[in-house]
Ligand binder design. Structure first.
Ligand SMILES: Cc1ncc(C[n+]2csc(CCOP(=O)(O)OP(=O)(O)O)c2C)c(N)n1
Ligand SMILES: [Mg+2]
Length: 302
């Protein structure tokens, strides 16, 4: 008997979307104030709607943290990062690492919005043989820089990316996003010391400070505050902002002014944009019913 295998499906660039993305980012960089805020808000609403339907089709996911990190992802991909979805392996590309890898649906929805792969693929999230696994895999998904999911690993890897740029004399930058509960992992503080020691002014570490972790409030689990002062004491230039304010995000993602690595503590709301999910611990990974999906999409289209 001959057994033939065909291997898993491969994701390829959506050229039309990638071209539209490239010109939109160019346009965004020429905008300021309310015009830029409105443009990024429109993208973010679309990404949030895709997160909700992606989780509905998979019947699993981490919707609360997906919705809290959406504006950070949109400000990064639709303004700050120099990436080209048609050349995801370009050595000079900026690096983005979602250390809180359980929020894969948010990352995939954002990558699809840029054209790294067709948006229709989101419907395969977490299905057998889909490359869009519950946690991101760099071999399977164009645009994913490193596998994440086990908390406390993405930031150390991102620090290595930034150190690599210095060693190679390249000017690409690295942006990494962590959960606030994830800050309890000691490996993050080793990476924070390392980046400060090597004066990695080419890395920006963003904490999605939504004050909730899997089953509790962060401050009831292990006190994190004063979180900005902790980063500063570890040798980082620290910026504390509203993590849903696109203009504040774009500005905070600007370059280091001190030669130190930059930390952004982004105050956010878990479940942002869907009133019945906001700041409620159970929506860490609860799946909405069809009626709840309808209500969520209505709010996100308003
Ligand atoms: C090392 C490790 N321990 C436990 C988990 C299970 N886990 C997945 S998400 C999560 C809570 C994360 O909270 P936070 O970092 O605040 O993320 P967010 O609120 O943005 O969803 C936990 C404990 C994990 N993924 N990795
Ligand atoms: Mg959290």
């Amino acid at each position: 008997m001959t057994v033939t295998t065909t291997g898993p499906p491969v994701l390829t660039v959506d050229r039309a979307t990638a071209a539209a993305y490239a010109s939109a980012v160019e346009r965004h960089r020429g905008l300021t104030g309310s015009a830029l805020a409105a443009a990024l808000a429109t993208v973010a609403s679309g990404v949030r709607r895709d997160i909700v339907t992606t989780i509905q089709s998979a019947q699993l996911g981490h919707i609360g943290g997906d919705l809290s990190v959406t504006d950070i992802l949109v400000a990064a991909y639709w303004h700050a990062l120099r990436v080209d979805p048609t050349r995801p392996e370009d050595l000079r590309r900026d690096r983005f690492v979602l250390s809180k890898g359980h929020c894969a649906a948010a990352l995939y929805s954002t990558l699809a919005s840029c054209g790294f792969f067709p948006r229709a693929e989101l419907a395969t999230f977490a299905q057998p043989l889909s490359p869009l696994n519950g946690h991101p895999n760099r071999v399977k998904v164009p645009g994913v820089e490193t596998n994440t999911g086990p908390l406390g690993h993405g930031f150390p890897v991102a620090t290595g990316c930034a150190l690599g740029a210095k060693v190679l004399g390249e000017d690409y930058r690295t942006i990494v996003v962590m959960g606030d509960g994830e800050m309890q992992e000691g490996s993050n503080w080793e990476a924070a010391m390392t980046a400060a020691h090597y004066e990695l002014d080419n890395i920006t570490a963003i904490v999605d400070r939504n004050r909730l972790q899997q089953g509790a409030r962060t401050e009831d689990t292990k006190t994190l505050e004063p979180l900005d002062e902790k980063w500063t004491s570890f040798g980082w230039e620290t910026r504390r902002i509203d993590g849903h304010d696109h203009l504040a995000l774009v500005e905070a993602m600007g370059p280091s002014t001190t030669g130190k690595p930059v930390a952004i503590v982004a105050d956010t709301t878990k479940g942002k944009g869907v009133s019945f999910m906001e700041d409620r611990v159970e929506w860490h990974h609860k799946v909405p019913t069809d009626d709840q999906v309808r209500a969520a999409l209505e709010e996100l289209s308003a």
